[in-house]
Design a protein around this ligand. Structure first.
Ligand SMILES: Cc1ncc(COP(=O)(O)O)c(C=O)c1O
Length: 456
């Protein structure tokens, strides 16, 4: 896709639409000459060079990559109009697009009914889920695993709800026995299952969490902000295929969050919350004397906590999903390549004398540490940080991230490592670009070289 060509088409298409409204005199107060713009733009693009190359497979660090070119063109085209999806008064076209993509997301999870909308982030989407949890079970708390995203505890604080972390098992998944015991106490109204944890990419057994929760009359919210689109690989044959059970169980849970700005190829500003019971819309009832006047149909602001939201985000997602639909051979193919890359790298690390796998990857996150297993936590921490730094300074760089693990977590997986402190940073790579699959050999060679140097 030639982005330059389609960006020019975007400006032309919006200009043609604008011309239909007749001429008017632009105000000189906002006038900027091309010469002046050129000088400021030069400085601006220069400053943007101070970035990590998220687009390149040598960037194997955090959950970051540029959006699909179609999403860029979709976003910028709609942004020239700048619709606001709060209400159909502010963004009739993009409001309709949002309803359509939300229905597609609900279909991906197999929900047979839904109420939902896009949000600016996974954090806000989860906040909405926890808000509804509080309204449905006033006075009862929310449980989530100790590996859940940190914002669950924070948002419990914001909502004035008691949040309780539940210990995890040796694979980083919520411990079902501990959950069962906690729910038996009757204090919890909703449990959050994470389908793809941020640190390790572990999948809480949503089907088993659901069974335990229902036994105690407790609701289940699924935080699939990072992992949700992997649903497309559930039950598939081949190496990238995933066990169906946790993914299919999402359809029976009460709410689910998925972030198109993570694995949905979108620019930032695009999360989504879906509730299975449309009746929860009653908790959003409010009076807005200045909106909701052009249509009797549902305005998205009537069912969301946020007011203004970029209609451009819905436009970008709508355009992207027309081209790469929510199907195994659409967007699924992109995720499958990252998953195979993670499996390939894990296999290489398992055979390496320089690197150790912290645990087998479940999705596309690989966690590993330098040195022989007989090392100490402080030695692992020190070498991990040195590799992270040295990797970025090389002529042929490699960009990784670190993950802080506890001494208990390490000893469950690698009892030989001596716990001379309470935890250590290890190395973590999210292989979310499909190009990672063809680059894993190179990545591994670079990180092994760095590990060899760190050991000297
Ligand atoms: C599982 C999970 N939940 C929630 C979030 C928060 O999402 P956001 O950064 O879009 O606010 C993340 C971010 O990485 C995540 O991985």
């Amino acid at each position: 896709m030639d982005v330059q060509r389609w960006l020019a088409s975007a400006v032309a298409a919006v200009g043609e639409w604008q011309d239909g409204f007749g001429p008017f005199q632009p105000d000189p107060s906002m006038g900027v000459s091309d010469e002046r713009f050129a000088s400021v733009f030069g400085a601006f693009t220069q400053r943007l060079r101070n970035n990590y190359p998220f687009f390149h497979p040598s960037y194997a660090g955090q959950m970051l990559k540029p959006p699909h070119p179609a999403a860029v063109v979709g976003y910028l085209t709609a942004m020239l109009i700048n619709p606001n999806n709060h209400a159909l008064d502010g963004g009739p076209a993009t409001g309709e697009m949002e309803k359509e993509v939300v229905a597609q997301l609900a279909g991906m999870f197999g929900l047979d009914s839904h109420l939902g909308h896009l949000t600016t982030s996974g954090t806000i989407a989860n906040l909405e889920a926890l808000y509804v949890a509080r309204e449905l079970h006033p006075g009862r708390g929310i449980a989530y695993s100790a590996e859940a995203h940190y914002t669950h505890a924070r948002m419990c604080g914001v909502l004035g709800v008691e949040g309780t972390p539940v210990e995890t098992d040796a694979a980083g998944r919520i411990d079902l026995g501990a959950l069962d015991a906690l729910l038996a106490g009757g204090r919890i109204g909703t449990v959050v299952a994470t389908a793809g944890t941020t640190g390790l990419g572990a999948i809480d057994p949503v089907h088993e969490v659901l069974a335990v929760a229902r036994r105690h009359g407790v609701r289940v919210h699924v935080d699939a902000a990072y992992g949700g689109f992997f649903t497309l690989l559930a039950g598939l044959d081949g190496r990238a295929g995933l066990d169906e059970a946790p993914w299919r169980a999402i359809a029976g849970c009460d709410s689910v969050v998925v972030d198109p700005h993570k694995h949905g190829l979108q620019p930032y500003g695009c999360g989504a919350i879906l509730f299975r019971d449309p009746e929860v819309g009653r908790f959003y009832l409010h009076d807005s004397p200045y909106t909701y006047f052009t249509s009797g149909e549902l305005h998205l602001g009537e069912i969301s906590l946020e007011c203004s939201r970029a209609g451009a985000a819905a436009a970008a997602l709508w355009l992207t999903l027309q081209l790469l639909p929510l199907a195994p051979d659409g967007l699924g193919a992109v995720l499958a390549a990252g998953r195979r890359a993670a499996l390939d790298w894990a296999a290489l690390i398992s055979q390496s004398g320089r690197l150790q796998l912290y645990q087998a990857p479940e999705l596309d996150i690989v966690c590993y540490f330098p040195g022989p297993v007989s090392g100490t936590l402080s030695g692992i921490d020190d070498a991990s940080v040195r590799i992270l730094k040295a990797g970025m300074e090389r002529e042929q760089p490699v960009f990784l991230s670190t993950l802080r693990v506890t001494a208990a977590g390490m000893s469950e997986r690698h009892p030989e490592v001596r716990a001379d402190r309470d935890g250590a940073r290890i190395l973590r790579s999210v292989l979310m670009k499909p190009e990672a699959e063809g680059y894993v050999g190179e990545l591994h060679a670079r990180v092994e070289r760095l590990a060899a140097e760190a050991a000297d």
